[in-house]
Ligand binder design. Sequence first.
Ligand code: 6PG
Length: 476
Amino acid sequence: MGSYVGVFGMGVMGQSLALNIANHGYAVSVYNRHDEATKDFMAGRVRTDQQRQLVTPTYDLEGFVQSLDRPRKVILMVKAGPVVDAVTDSLLPYLEKGDIVIDAGNTFYQDTERRMEAYAQKGINFFGMGVSGGEKGALEGPSIMPSGDRALYDNYLGKLLTDISAHTADGAPCCDYIGKGGSGHYVKMVHNGIEYGDIQIIDEAYFIMKNLLKMSNAQMADVFETWNKGRLDSFLIDITYKILREKDDLTEDDLIDHILDESGQKGTGMWTAQEGLEMHVAIPTMAEAVFARNLSAVKGERVAASLVFADKPVVSIEDRDAFLVDLEQAVYASKIMSYAQGFQLLDKASRQHDWGLKLGDIALLWREGCIIRAKFLGRIKSAYDEGDVVNLMMTDEFRDEIKAAVPGWRRVVVKALEGGVYAPTLANSLMYFDGYTSEKLAANMCQAQRDWFGAHTYHRDDRPHEESFHHQWEQF
Ligand code: 6PG
């Protein structure tokens, strides 16, 4: 008997996933292009008797593939991009018809679909698999979003992947078959777009507390900790208050005050924003979160501009406690808007690609294990259990809470605007809410303008929508 599965790539994530697999009683072979990483892994992290028995190190590709039970199942834990093609190609001489290669990276879904087609011609079954949860998740149970051939998933992958995934308190696995094609990576991409939104919303709350309320790190930590005991209970709020309490190891100060305000990104948030544009779905909260990172990255330009436009208005807030209540409302309502947008994008993509995504179940997959894990995801699942959802803000689950949040949310955004404090996701989530809940918008004027300068035609409110009209505007 060989190993049930192979893990290709012994970075920290690959190592952690291999241990997770062994900890669940599956024999796993591991391989890395450079032997050192495999040797270090075996010497440093493979510790228990069960792990030593079940993890097989291999040092050449042929040996790696031959150590696996048929059909071979190889999980690629490598950087997304051309490396995935290079690695899969290097495995081809040793793989046989019917073997399964699973890309567990943050790959763009169209690349996954291209690979599925290309490798199918060579008899290899290619799967895309979104995995979230970082190193700890990979070791202790990530959220897993696999897509590809349903029958192969049921026969060879489903049990393994659900076993190693995170589980909710009532025992539901945070892994389920997502659909065909690149749907798994698509869902992971939207997860990351939402992750960007969640992060930016929280960061704006921090920034408002710091700049408008002039609160200390310790005071802000207490606020986030309190929020984390309520409806905002989530991994990202949890780490935020802990970050605020972290001491620097180079100075006597709090670490957060020495971390440069320039954030990086690897592209998944940007892809989500691009998809929103491609699919004609309004997802301003997530898009603004990407723009916020872009703006943060031009630190030098910002410093120069801050000297030219030096004076930020001073805003006074009389009742700090009341404002903090408003701020929690603003954060919560913006979060609902962000998820409402993300799920609308998933819904449209699902219909367009015929993926049949089960949106409530996807919310449950994110309930534990992943970066956006939160109590709130259980509420989204309940909203989908109520019946058809057009927009989460309209569901029984969220409607009344949003109504209650709106006045405080507006007060927060107004204060941020008055004080010149950058809060794009709180503000644009509110703009989204105001746009989505407006029976009338200014688009009648837009249609008239387009018809004037380009004869693009317009629809009328007193004629069937199928009919288009063109008006003879003033002649040039
Ligand atoms: C996850 C994360 C993970 C990674 C992000 C970070 O779900 O485990 O999303 O995939 O942390 O890709 O992305 P940025 O570097 O773009 O913030």
